[in-house]
Design a protein around this ligand. Structure first.
Ligand code: IMP
Ligand code: MG
Length: 177
């Protein structure tokens, strides 16, 4: 059996997303941006963020291999779906649900930079700073969180829990006693 404990409430998320959108709007004032979401975890964050960004914006999505059914990751990143539109010469805001080791973001950033965007910034809702093994960070960070496995607001465990409105820690009964 899984147990869920609310870590970040929907109200806290909404307030933070508003702040992040205002910062992005100010930083890219007068310029068009592409909100590039990493499927599937970033979809809900992107949907909320996008509606508060007051810029000429378009959407695109990429997909990379992730945890699958385990909470541990293999260390290998694979591109499963590429961008639909060229990123060359564009202001790209990569929208990620969570930064953990940084392996995924490092892979994606290198891939995108090879195609020469005008600018590349990263917006991550959550950041497990203590888990980082790669020298990479986000330009816009919602919340720094402890090393706990979280679900909700787009984040999953084996494809479940993405629809929870709050970010919750997933605890198994065996771990908590
Ligand atoms: P990284 O490559 O280790 O930074 O891992 C990033 C990816 O791992 C994220 O995009 C998520 O898909 C997944 N991930 C890392 N931590 C969590 C978590 O606590 N809950 C759900 N997914 C996570
Ligand atoms: Mg993800």
């Amino acid at each position: 059996m899984d147990k869920l404990r609310v870590l970040i409430t929907r109200e806290q998320i909404a307030a933070k997303v508003t702040e992040m959108a205002a910062q992005i709007t100010a930083d890219f004032a007068g310029e068009p941006v592409v909100l590039l979401g990493v499927l599937k975890g970033a979809t809900i964050f992107l949907a909320d963020l996008a509606r508060q960004i007051k810029l000429d914006a378009s959407f695109d999505f990429i997909a990379v291999s992730s945890y699958g059914k385990a909470k541990q990751q293999s260390g290998e990143v694979k591109l499963m779906k590429d961008v639909d539109q060229s990123v060359e010469g564009k202001n790209i805001i990569l929208v990620e649900d969570i930064l953990d080791t940084g392996l995924t973001l490092t892979y994606i950033k290198n891939m995108l930079l090879a195609h020469q965007p005008k600018a590349l910034k990263v917006a991550a809702l959550l950041d497990k700073v203590s888990r980082r093994t790669e020298p990479v960070s986000a330009d816009y960070v919602g919340f720094v969180i402890p090393d706990e496995f979280v679900v909700g607001y787009g984040l999953d465990f084996a494809e479940r829990y993405r629809n929870l409105p709050d970010v919750c820690v997933l605890e198994s009964d065996s771990e908590t006693g």
